[in-house]
Design a protein around this ligand. Structure first.
Ligand code: NDP
Length: 278
């Protein structure tokens, strides 16, 4: 009788390496509880060599969806049978969904997650603002298109190695006023918003920024942890308008994944508050 699996919760997971620190299971269990959804959400640690086989096994074994984190976002793009426009633009996939026919859809919710946190949660208007984006790695690439869609006056991408931000800026020129630069030659002295999309905070380091840059700016570190990072500390010490960690982005990108999987939008505010105070 074809009743195998009947009554079992739908399976989801976050896949990364390492992944033990991931808050995604907590975030998704809060969403599921809020919306009366019976789901099972776990962590899967897979090395880069094992990623593709592990993800395929998960979906073959009735897995419904995967959140993909470091270092697998580019590999997840390769694995996807169909790719959303925003994932193609980002060059990375952070959400995999098994379709009814067994094919795997790849999407990227990082950019929309960040923009929702900035605009809906923090109340920032990005239209006409000057934005400085620190870092030209995977995370920076993932948020560029959604940021440019908000029509900032100017967006500068900054990295220690000149080639990377210039290349990135060139490929996004069609979408808005974007320019690559290095920390030594920033194209402006005043920014309304400075986003740290480098992995410097992970190593307890601060990107080499001039101190007077923070004055009056909203400073947002995409990294999150239970204390100030060198970047948020620098911002507070040098007159920033406000300084934020990436908890809101984490929860908003997860909410967008949840919506893709379950067709329901969870309330994010209580979950962000829970993570901030946990
Ligand atoms: P990558 O490794 O792809 O990129 C890291 C970038 O950081 C590189 O461009 C490098 O640029 C720069 N960098 C590294 N060390 C330093 C340093 N000491 N000073 C200045 N720049 C440095 O990482 P990702 O782009 O994938 O991730 C970046 C950050 O974003 C991580 O902290 C991650 O946790 C966070 N993130 C948060 C999310 C959330 O939901 N809140 C979602 C996704 C990512 P170069 O060497 O060219 O200067």
């Amino acid at each position: 009788m074809a009743i195998v699996g009947m009554g079992l919760p739908d399976r989801y997971a976050v896949i990364g390496h390492p992944v033990a620190h991931s808050l995604s299971p907590l975030v998704h269990s809060c969403f599921a509880e809020q919306l009366d959804q019976i789901v099972r959400y776990t962590r899967i640690d897979a090395t880069p060599e094992a990623f593709a086989a592990t993800a395929r096994d998960f979906f073959r074994d009735r897995g419904h969806g995967l959140n993909v984190t470091l270092p697998h976002k580019a590999a997840a793009l390769e694995l996807s049978d169909t790719i959303s426009d925003r994932a193609r633009l980002a060059g990375a996939v952070n959400t995999l969904t098994r379709n009814a026919d067994g094919s795997i859809a790849g999407d990227n919710t990082d950019g929309v997650g960040l923009v929702r946190d900035l605009t809906a949660n923090l109340g920032l208007e990005l239209n006409g603002r000057r934005i400085l984006l620190l870092g030209a790695g995977g995370a920076a690439r993932g948020i560029l298109a959604p940021l440019l869609a908000e029509k900032p006056a100017h967006l500068a991408i900054c990295s220690r190695t000149p080639a990377k931000p210039h290349e990135l800026a060139r490929s996004y020129l069609k979408l808005g006023r974007v320019k690559g630069c290095t920390y030594r030659v920033l194209p402006g002295k005043r920014y309304d918003l400075i986003i740290n999309a480098t992995s410097a905070s992970l190593e307890g380091k601060l990107p080499p920024l001039p101190d007077d840059l923070a004055a009056g700016a909203v400073c947002y570190d995409m990294y999150y942890c239970d204390h100030d990072t060198p970047f948020t500390r620098w911002a507070k010490e040098h007159g920033a308008r406000s300084a934020h960690l990436g908890f809101g982005m984490l929860v908003e990108q997860a909410a967008e994944s949840f919506y893709l999987w379950r067709g329901l939008r969870p309330q994010t505010y209580p979950v962000i508050a829970l993570l901030r105070h946990a």
